[in-house]
Design a protein around this ligand. Structure first.
Ligand code: ADP
Ligand code: MG
Length: 258
């Protein structure tokens, strides 16, 4: 199913329907054929950042998709590179329809944390009321936390965790990933320091093996040092077998959290 969607993302004519105003880059909503819609980020619409080479963010989105695919997690919606996009070359990713009531990450009053959910941070809202950042204790989010550790994801906001109308969980927005510097910044700290479940570690071992053999679909988007750093992050997860803990030298939680 995903391979068919990938093919359609690569081949079908794209029509721009609108711009997502909350986005920091030129992020466009497009229709392709029939029922298929997509997020399209043209490379030339990237907002320059101090810590990433300009023009590389859209390629990092495709690399992240390829890494998720190599892990077998299926968390990142099918994503393709369109050389012939209507606003120039860029990434094109299947649009998923979000079910707002099925969120797995939330900000709630401290006495309203859903049972079985994990509090990550206590803070105060804009008018001084205490709030808690919480996420579900859900194995799909555990896989996402492992994916983010591998991607070195610098921006896993709550809004980048989407539950669709069929109950599937998706991860979006992987432009600021795969740096050689540690930049993990996420709302999914609920398992920090605890053991990674065996089946997730097996997936990391498989990805590590694929990278050691050479994985051109991943490597073509990265420089050599970034590929080496990716391999090192996989090796370190395998060696320690635990979810990462926040790095004192880097803000651990994205702000705003959504
Ligand atoms: N594949 C997708 N399906 C549905 N919504 C998406 C998808 N990708 C992004 N979005 C929505 O669009 C918003 C902006 O996209 P994002 O990837 O965060 O752009 P930017 O790179 O500019 O930060 C996201 O917060 C999310 O709500
Ligand atoms: Mg974003």
């Amino acid at each position: 199913m995903n391979d068919d969607i990938r093919r359609r993302l690569l081949e079908c004519p794209m029509e721009i329907q609108g711009r997502i105003l909350s986005a920091s880059n030129a992020t466009l909503h497009c229709s392709l054929d029939e029922d298929l819609a997509a997020v399209y980020k043209p490379q030339r619409g990237e907002r320059p950042l101090w810590d990433f080479p300009t023009g590389t963010l859209t390629g990092r989105e495709v690399a992240s998709f390829e890494i998720d695919r190599a892990l077998g997690f299926g968390l990142i919606p099918p994503t393709a590179w369109r050389e012939d996009g209507p606003a120039g070359p860029g990434m094109c990713q299947m649009w998923v329809d979000e079910d707002d009531d099925a969120r797995l990450v939330d900000v709630v009053a401290p006495d309203a944390v859903p049972s079985e959910w994990i509090p990550v941070l206590r803070a105060t809202d804009g008018i001084g009321n205490p709030v808690a950042l919480v996420h579900a204790d859900d194995e799909r989010l555990q896989a996402m936390a492992v994916l983010d550790a591998i991607l070195n994801n610098g921006d896993r906001k709550g809004g980048h965790v989407i539950t669709d109308v069929d109950g599937n969980v998706w991860a979006v927005d992987h432009g600021v990933t795969l740096s050689v510097e540690p930049k993990l910044r996420t709302v999914l700290w609920g398992w920090a320091g605890t053991a990674i479940p065996t089946q997730l570690l097996t997936a990391v071992e498989s990805l590590h093996g694929q990278l050691m053999d050479g994985a051109p679909e991943i490597e073509r988007w990265l420089d050599r040092y970034e590929v080496d750093a990716l391999i090192d992050r996989c090796a370190s997860l395998i060696k320690y077998g635990t979810f990462p803990v926040p790095n004192e030298d880097w803000p651990a939680i994205p702000w705003p959290v959504f």
